[in-house]
Design a protein around this ligand. Structure first.
Ligand code: NAD
Ligand code: TYD
Length: 343
């Protein structure tokens, strides 16, 4: 089994690659993994450090918009896990163009490469997000996103991911390709780029700085540990039905204020460290996932997301890996590729 992982040097991608190569997911014991990654600002080869000597691992630096390269890579892949993306909402508000290029055009390019040159019997998993569904009201806590909730993306990031969702659907419908889509809630865990709220707040507090809380802090996110997400993607790859969409969530809703107070407590910081700042434009109020379909049909369940233990474990990881995030915050992580690959 050979798996091509696009975006494998990012947060979720690198956790997915480690899990697939090292944790022996049933049926994938001898699997080979090829990582394709452009190493944008959020791609970091240090996330995959130590795997270089593994004969079942190969890294290729390249862009998902490069059709000929993608055609070469899909030609001998039994599975394509497409996660390469521009991933941060705030950046998409500042400049949406790179999002449309990587997430819409990039997804079209990878799908088209798989259609033209994909190995016979290849499965294609498109890793999407719950943000394509838009926002839920705080007032009705029973409302959750199901797979039938209409797409109503609100941020340029979400809109560019939704373009990928529609392309994935269209390539299945038109060309009968074996494409599956996952839509997951907010992830947390090791190796997350410290622009996202949890690693940003944790590393700021470990440095004695304040944390910028947007608006009134009442926005709600449904937090899932990255290992649970990776296992969901592997489950969908193994057992999912072609053309289907699967929601993935932790049933673990927290307001940003609750989350911030937990992080303050677990890092031994005081409330004076909260800095209320202007709200994000168009800030989605609440995300909540109904994951009944993947649970009932495929037997997946989150096992590593229980709160606050999983949050504490994640904070401990950042405390124990200061060097990793300091090199990210200083920009030094960019040298790693040149050291390993001499370019
Ligand atoms: P990330 O920003 O940490 O990683 C993205 C990776 O994609 C990086 O390694 C980057 O170098 C690479 N990349 C970007 N543009 C590329 C291009 N044009 N060609 C090749 N590689 C490129 O993001 P993440 O949080 O790991 O998210 C991974 C995927 O999961 C994304 O598709 C995202 O939409 C989805 N997702 C993320 C979350 C979350 O909470 N982080 C939740 C649900 C879904
Ligand atoms: P983020 O980690 O950017 O994920 P997403 O926007 O994709 O859900 O943000 C999570 C929540 O935290 C979101 O409601 C915005 C909020 N937030 C802050 O309050 N301050 C910050 O500095 C950041 C980055 C996010």
């Amino acid at each position: 089994m050979k798996i091509l992982v696009t975006g494998g040097a990012g947060f979720i991608g690198s956790n997915f690659v480690r899990r697939t190569l090292q944790d022996a997911y049933p049926g994938l014991e001898g699997a080979e993994v090829v990582v394709l990654d452009a190493l944008t600002y959020s791609g970091n080869l240090e996330n995959l450090a130590g795997l270089e000597s593994n004969p079942r691992y190969r890294f290729v630096k390249g862009d998902v918009c490069d059709g000929p390269l993608m055609e070469r890579l899909v030609a001998d892949a039994d599975a394509v896990i497409h996660m390469a993306a521009e991933s941060h909402v705030d950046r998409s508000i500042l400049d949406s163009r790179p999002f449309i290029v990587a997430n819409a055009l990039g997804t079209q390019t990878v799908l088209d490469a798989a259609r033209r040159k994909g190995k016979k019997g290849q499965r294609f998993v498109y890793v999407s997000t719950d943000e394509v569904y838009g926002s839920l009201p705080l007032e009705n806590p029973d409302l959750k996103f199901t797979e039938d909730t209409p797409l109503a993306a609100n941020s340029p990031y979400a809109a560019s991911k939704a373009a990928g969702d529609l392309l994935a659907r269209a390539y299945h419908h038109t060309f009968q390709m074996d494409v599956l889509t996952t839509r997951c809630s907010n992830n947390f865990g090791p190796y997350q780029f410290p622009e996202k709220v949890i690693p940003l707040f944790v590393t700021n507090l470990l440095e004695g700085q304040q944390v910028p809380l947007y608006g009134d802090g009442k926005n709600v996110r449904d937090w899932l540990h990255v290992d649970d997400h990776c296992e969901a993607v592997l489950t969908v790859l193994e057992k999912g039905r072609a053309g289907e969409v699967y929601n993935v969530g932790g049933n673990n809703e927290r307001s940003n204020l609750e989350l911030t107070h937990s992080i303050l407590e677990l890092t031994g910081s005081g409330n004076d460290k909260i800095k209320y700042v202007a709200d994000r434009p168009g800030h989605d109020r609440r995300y909540a996932i109904d994951a009944t379909k993947i649970e009932r049909q495929l037997g997946w369940r989150p096992t590593r997301s229980a709160w606050p233990g999983a949050l504490k474990q994640t904070i401990d990881w950042y405390r124990d890996n200061t060097e990793w995030w300091k090199r990210v915050k200083s920009g030094a992580y960019r040298e790693y590729y040149a050291r390993q690959y001499g370019a």
